[in-house]
Design a protein around this ligand. Structure first.
Ligand SMILES: *Cc1c(COP(=O)(O)O)cnc(C)c1O
Length: 711
C-alpha cells in the first residue's frame, strides 16, 4: 500500500503541535506523548533527561519533516495531539460541575517548591512532589487554579558520592529557553516584571510560566541585571544559603507572589499556603486592604477569610523561625506598612504575645491569619493540634482548629509504560476517569478478571527494568569515581529476588540505616539460598546535615565492604526519575520513620498501583491505609516514649515482620512458581489504596472542605 506524502501544510501543523505539546508538562503524565519524543531521538531523550523541549531543539526542522513522512510516526503524533487537545478543551470536568464558584476567582496555591518533572528540578523533597501532584490533579479536575513559586536557576543540588563515600553536591544551570517554560509578557510584549521591597532595596523580579496541563504555574526570578548582585542570586537555589537568604526568599514568595497575581490581573478567592514558607502573603493582603481604607483589624479579618494553610511536619526544625534582629533587618517594611511597632509585628509570629525571647515563626503567622488549617494525615492533624495548642488559649487539644486531609499522589504521573499498557488492556481507558472510584479498582481483586499469572508477569517486567536501571546507574556512578573502568555491574542484584526499596530524603528521623541494626540477621537473610532478599537505597541528605550524610556513608560502606555486597546498592542522585523506577520495580517499600514524625509520607503511595507492597511503621498515611490485608505493618499503632526504646523495638519488629510474614509469603510458590498469597496482597493493595491515596481524591477534599466553603 502506498501512502501519500504529507502536504507541507499538514507537516507544519504537526510541527506546531509538537512544539505545543513539548511546552506543556501534560506529557509528564502521558506515556504515549513521552514515546513520541523518545522516538525522535532515543539518545537525546535519555541524555537530556527527558526534556521534550530540549529534544525538539536537537532535531532539525528538516529531520523533523522527514521523520513525519513515516506514516506510523505521523499517526502516533496525530493520536497524541488529538488526546492533548481533547484534554485541554474538555468542558465536562469535575470542577465544571462541582466548583463553578471558583470560575474567575481561582485558587492561588503558593509553594516554595514544585516537583513536576526530573527535567525541572525545583523541588527538594516530598513537599514539592506533593505540590506538583496537587497541580496535576487540579488540572485533571478542571479546577480554576494557579501555582506560585520561584524559578531557581540552579535548582536543587545533584548528588555524587566521593571516594570517602561522602555526599558532595553540585549544581547545573537551568536554561529557561531550553525548558518547558516560557516568559510571561506584559502589554508591551516584554517579560513581565514586578517589584518587592526586601531589607532596604527594591528588588525586581521577572515572571515565567510553566504549563501544567490546563493550569499555569508562575515562577518568580530575580536574576536581572538591575538588581544588586546578591539579589540576583536570591532565586539561585532551592532553600539555598542561610536564614537571611531564607527569609528573603520567603518575602519574595509571599509578597512578590501576591504582587505578581495582581499584575496578571488575577483576583483569587483562596490563597492556599502550602507550608509556612509563603505566610508573608498574609501581610501583603493586609497592606492592600489598609490601602483600600480598612482598619488593621478589618484588614486582618478580611485576609483571614481568604487564606488557608497546610502544615506539613511535626519536626520542630521544619518550622521556619527568624530572630528579631533578622526580621528587623530584612522585613522591617511589614511593620511600617501595617503602621505597627516592631514588637507588635513580632507578636504576629509568636505563640506568647510579648515574649521577646520568642523568634518569629512562619507557621504561627500562617495559623493566625488563615480561615482553615490542616495537617496531612489523621495522626498528623492530631499531633499538630497538640503542637499548636498554645496559640489557642482556653481551647482543649480537640478544639484546636487544625483538621487534616491525607496526602495522595498523581497516579498517572508515577506510572511506567508497562503498567499503563497493562491497565489500558485490562481496565480499559476508564481507569483514567474512574481513578478514585473504589468499585472500579475492586475488579483487580477478581481472578476471573485479571489472572495471578498476568499480575506476576507484570511484576517480573517491572522488577527486571528496575534491576537493569540500577546496574546502568551503578556503572555510571563508578565511572564518576574514575577508578573502575571496564567492569560491568551485572553481577549485582538478581532480578528474581525479593527486592526491598528505601528512597527518601536522608533526614535522620527517617532512620535509613535502621534495618541494618540487626546486621547478622540481615546478612543471613540476603545469603539465604532458597529465599534471599536484596536492597536498593537512594536519597539525598540536606547539604548541611552531616548526620544524614553519615547515614549515607554508612549504607554505602555496607554495600561495598561487607557481606551485603551485591545484595545492597545505593543509587546516587535520588529524584523523580529514580523514584519512578524504584516505586514500580521494588516488591516491598520500606518506611521506618520515628513515629509520629512522618506527617504523611507519599513515596509509599506511589507504589500501590505498581503492585509493590508497603512495609511500614504505623505512622502518617499508612496508619489509615493499612487494613491487615494490603501490605505489612511494622509494630503496633503506638510507640514508646523514649527514642532509644523506640529504635530498639522498631528494629526488632522490622526484622520480625520480614522474617515471619514478608519472606515466607513472597517465596511460597505453587507448582507453576506463582506466589498466590503474595499476589492476593497485591490485589488488595491496588484495590484498596489506589482509589484513596491519590491527589484526585485529595484535591476534591481540599475543594469540598476548604476552597469552596469561603464566603
Ligand atoms: C515521593 C518523593 C519524595 C517524598 O517521599 P516520602 O516518602 O514522603 O519521604 C521525595 N523525593 C522524591 C524525589 C520523591 O519522588
Amino acid at each position: 500500500m502506498k501512502t501519500e506524502p504529507l502536504s507541507s501544510a499538514e507537516l507544519s501543523e504537526l510541527i506546531l503541535g509538537l512544539n505545543r505539546l513539548a511546552r506543556n508538562l501534560w506529557w509528564t503524565w502521558n506515556q504515549e506523548a513521552q514515546e513520541i519524543f523518545h522516538k525522535l531521538s532515543p539518545r537525546a531523550w535519555q541524555n537530556l533527561y527527558h526534556n521534550a523541549v530540549a529534544v525538539l531543539h536537537e532535531v532539525s526542522d528538516y529531520e523533523l519533516r522527514t521523520r513525519l513522512q513515516e506514516p506510523a510516526f505521523a499517526d502516533a503524533v496525530r493520536d497524541v495531539l488529538k488526546k492533548f487537545d481533547a484534554y485541554m478543551n474538555e468542558p465536562n470536568t469535575w470542577a465544571a460541575e462541582n466548583a463553578q464558584k471558583l470560575n474567575d476567582k481561582p485558587v492561588a496555591y503558593f509553594s516554595a517548591e514544585f516537583g513536576l518533572s526530573e527535567t525541572l528540578p525545583i523541588a527538594a523533597g516530598g513537599l514539592g512532589i506533593l505540590a506538583g501532584d496537587h497541580a496535576k490533579s487540579a488540572s485533571d479536575l478542571g479546577l480554576p487554579f494557579v501555582g506560585i513559586s520561584l524559578f531557581y536557576r540552579q535548582g536543587y543540588f545533584m548528588q555524587t558520592i566521593n571516594e570517602e563515600n561522602w555526599q558532595t553536591e553540585y549544581y547545573s544551570i537551568l536554561n529557561p529557553r531550553n525548558l518547558p517554560m516560557e516568559a510571561v509578557l506584559d502589554a508591551k510584549g516584554e517579560q513581565l516584571t514586578c517589584m518587592v521591597q526586601i531589607a532596604t532595596s527594591q528588588v525586581k523580579f521577572k515572571v515565567w510560566q510553566v504549563n501544567v496541563g490546563r493550569i499555569p504555574l508562575y515562577l518568580m526570578d530575580t536574576n536581572l541585571p538591575e538588581n544588586e548582585e546578591h539579589y540576583r542570586d536570591l532565586t539561585l537555589r532551592v532553600y539555598g544559603g542561610d536564614s537571611t537568604t531564607r527569609i528573603m526568599q520567603e518575602i519574595l514568595l509571599g509578597v512578590g507572589g501576591v504582587r505578581m497575581l495582581r499584575a496578571l490581573g488575577l483576583q483569587p478567592s483562596v490563597f492556599h499556603m502550602n507550608e509556612g514558607h509563603a505566610a508573608f502573603l498574609t501581610l501583603e493582603l493586609m497592606r492592600e486592604k489598609l490601602a483600600a481604607g480598612s482598619s488593621l483589624d478589618e484588614a486582618k479579618a478580611l485576609t483571614t477569610k481568604e487564606c488557608i494553610f497546610t502544615t506539613h511536619t511535626p519536626v520542630e526544625a521544619g518550622h521556619d523561625r527568624f530572630s528579631s534582629d533578622l526580621v528587623q533587618y530584612a522585613a522591617h517594611r511589614f511593620a511600617s506598612n501595617l503602621k505597627i511597632s516592631h514588637q507588635e509585628f513580632m507578636d504576629m509570629g509568636r505563640v506568647q504575645q510579648g515574649d521577646e525571647s520568642e523568634p518569629f515563626c512562619m507557621t504561627v503567622l500562617a495559623l493566625k491569619y488563615s480561615r482553615t488549617a490542616n495537617g496531612v494525615s489523621e495522626l498528623h492533624g492530631e499531633i499538630s493540634r497538640q503542637m499548636w495548642q498554645g496559640l489557642y488559649p482556653g481551647k482543649s487539644v480537640e478544639e484546636v482548629p487544625i483538621g487534616h486531609i491525607t496526602n495522595g499522589v498523581h497516579v498517572a504521573g508515577w506510572m511506567k509504560g508497562p503498567l499503563r499498557r497493562f491497565f489500558r488492556r485490562r481496565l480499559g481507558e476508564g481507569w483514567e476517569t474512574d481513578l478514585n472510584t473504589p468499585e472500579f479498582w475492586q475488579r483487580m481483586e477478581d481472578p476471573e478478571f485479571v489472572s495471578d499469572e498476568e499480575i506476576w508477569a507484570l511484576r517480573s517486567v517491572l522488577r527486571r527494568e528496575l534491576i537493569e536501571f540500577a546496574r546502568r546507574r551503578l556503572l555510571i556512578q563508578s565511572q564518576n569515581l574514575k577508578r573502575e573502568n571496564f567492569i560491568t555491574y551485572d553481577h549485582l542484584l538478581n532480578p528474581d529476588v525479593l527486592t526491598i526499596g528505601f528512597a527518601r530524603r536522608f533526614a535522620t528521623y527517617k532512620r535509613a540505616p535502621l534495618i541494618f541494626q540487626q546486621f547478622e540477621h540481615i546478612v543471613k537473610l540476603v545469603k539465604d539460598k532458597q529465599r534471599p532478599i536484596q536492597f536498593i537505597f537512594a536519597g539525598k541528605a540536606h547539604p548541611r546535615d552531616d548526620e544524614g550524610k553519615r547515614f549515607i556513608q554508612h549504607i554505602i560502606h555496607l554495600s561495598k565492604h561487607t557481606e551485603l555486597h551485591g545484595h545492597l546498592v545505593f543509587l546516587e542522585n535520588y529524584d523523580i526519575h529514580v523514584a519512578r523506577q524504584m516505586v514500580s520495580g521494588c516488591d516491598v517499600w520500606l518506611n521506618n520513620p520515628r513515629r509520629p514524625l512522618e506527617a504523611s509520607g507519599t513515596s509509599g503511595q506511589k507504589t500501590s498501583a505498581h503492585g509493590c507492597l508497603n512495609m511500614s511503621i504505623m505512622d502518617g498515611w499508612w496508619r489509615e491505609g493499612f487494613d491487615g490485608t494490603n501490605g505489612f505493618a511494622i509494630g503496633p499503632d503506638s510507640h514508646p516514649d523514649s527514642i532509644e526504646e523506640q529504635d530498639r523495638v522498631d528494629s526488632e519488629n522490622l526484622y520480625k515482620v520480614l522474617n515471619d510474614e514478608v519472606i515466607p509469603t513472597f517465596y511460597n510458590r505453587d507448582a507453576s512458581g506463582v506466589p498466590r498469597q503474595w499476589i492476593q496482597k497485591i490485589r488488595r493493595s491496588i484495590s484498596t489504596l489506589t482509589p484513596e491515596y491519590n491527589t484526585w481524591r485529595m484535591v476534591q477534599d481540599y475543594a469540598n472542605k476548604y476552597y469552596l466553603t469561603g464566603e
